[in-house]
Design a protein around this ligand. Structure first.
Ligand SMILES: NC(=O)c1ccc[n+]([C@@H]2O[C@H](COP(=O)([O-])OP(=O)(O)OC[C@H]3O[C@@H](n4cnc5c(N)ncnc54)[C@H](OP(=O)(O)O)[C@@H]3O)[C@@H](O)[C@H]2O)c1
Length: 324
């Protein structure tokens, strides 16, 4: 079977396509034939080594596929089941993979393979950010950076459906329209305008209830500035670089802010948390609270191009890799 592998950390050119033999699933594992694979910014962090992984390694954390073989003690799934996953072990950029059964989610009818391969990691992230890291309520002013991105499109639609006032930042003119279509009441092009000043023009100083910041270094200081007294800073990503240090006096104490740096793994610790989160996402898609538009499809041997596009900010919303 074909798989994408990296031997050393580096640029998109490190993504190599290889033919390998896949083994047999262990007692509590299943062998999945991947039908569609999700592309995520975390794949870039793994490839560059920002999030170090043992090498050589496969890459990719999100896919939808069909179970072809089950281990002797598998009791949650059977051959032929359609499943998705959004977690380690790493290696979703592949035609087939072996996964532990407890990491898998059944995909309901009414959700296509492609959609199922891009709403598990991104959708469950939007779910825990909006409903559990900070519980967004009707009337809350929510600031989301990179609102036309993969997580952004899902979270902004969802926040809008709750009744939040959604402010989205985007990096290009084309993305402004996309962010509006995806639930943002106000859109700021932060490559052209200072987003702190723009938020102040809309709501005054210190007005935002929560900032969901997946951009990191470039937006961190401004995000803190926009928050109201006792507001909540949810720093959940680093597309522009990792925020390594926080000055408690300057960043937190001045306004008595709450700060969290969560990861999806912290919110899908138990099987019940995983199943509940996935169900909320699938229900939101089936009930059309969230609409998913796949922006681009790649083949496995185009993984390098996919990463180039992702890092060049060319992708608008969820993209997938179709393995064969
Ligand atoms: N903590 C978690 O549990 C968790 C889970 C999933 C994702 N995430 C994080 O959420 C964020 C979004 O993930 P995603 O997969 O949906 O990606 P994405 O939003 O589709 O792509 C990243 C976006 O970040 C923006 N960006 C700003 N500065 C950038 C820079 N210097 N280089 C590249 N991009 C830059 C770009 O949008 P503009 O052009 O509009 O600025 C770009 O499209 C990422 O930071 C990711 O790591 C975190």
């Amino acid at each position: 079977m074909k798989v994408i592998e990296i031997k050393k950390f580096g640029g998109p050119e490190e993504l190599e396509i290889k033919d390998v033999k896949i083994g047999k699933p262990g007692p509590k594992e299943v062998l999945i034939k991947n039908l569609s694979i999700g592309l995520n910014y975390i794949d870039v962090y793994h490839r560059t080594g920002l999030y170090p992984i043992p090498l050589p390694s496969g890459i990719g954390l999100e896919a939808c596929g069909v179970i072809e073989e089950v281990g002797s003690e598998v009791n949650l799934f059977k051959i032929g089941d359609r499943v998705s996953h959004a977690s380690m072990p790493i290696g979703a950029y592949s035609e087939k993979q072996i996964m532990p059964q407890e990491k898998l989610i059944s995909v309901p009818d009414g959700i296509s393979n492609e959609v199922a391969s891009c709403i598990v990691l991104k959708g469950m992230t939007a779910e825990y950010l909006l409903h559990r890291s900070y519980i967004a309520k009707k009337g809350d002013k929510v600031l989301f950076h990179a609102a036309a991105g993969g997580v952004g499109q899902i979270l902004c639609q969802w926040a809008n459906s709750i009744g939040c006032e959604v402010i989205g930042t985007v990096g290009s003119k084309e993305k402004e329209e996309i962010a509006k279509k995806n639930g943002c009441h106000y859109v700021i092009n932060y490559t052209e305008k200072n987003f702190v000043e723009e938020v102040e023009k809309l709501f005054g100083k210190n007005a935002v209830d929560v900032v969901y910041d997946g951009v990191g270094q470039k937006t961190f200081e401004g995000s803190i500035e926009c928050l109201k007294i006792r507001g909540m800073m949810v720093a959940f990503g680093n597309a522009s670089g990792y925020v390594n240090t926080i000055d408690v006096k300057k960043h937190i104490n001045t306004k008595g802010l709450f700060f969290t740096r969560p990861s999806i793994a912290h919110y899908t610790v138990t099987r019940k948390e995983l199943e509940d989160s996935a169900k909320k996402v699938f229900d939101a898609v089936i009930s059309k609270k969230i609409k998913i538009d796949i922006s681009k499809k790649y083949t496995l041997d185009q993984a390098k191009n996919a990463h180039e596009d992702l890092e060049a900010r060319k992708l608008i919303g969820p993209a997938v890799i179709i393995p064969n």
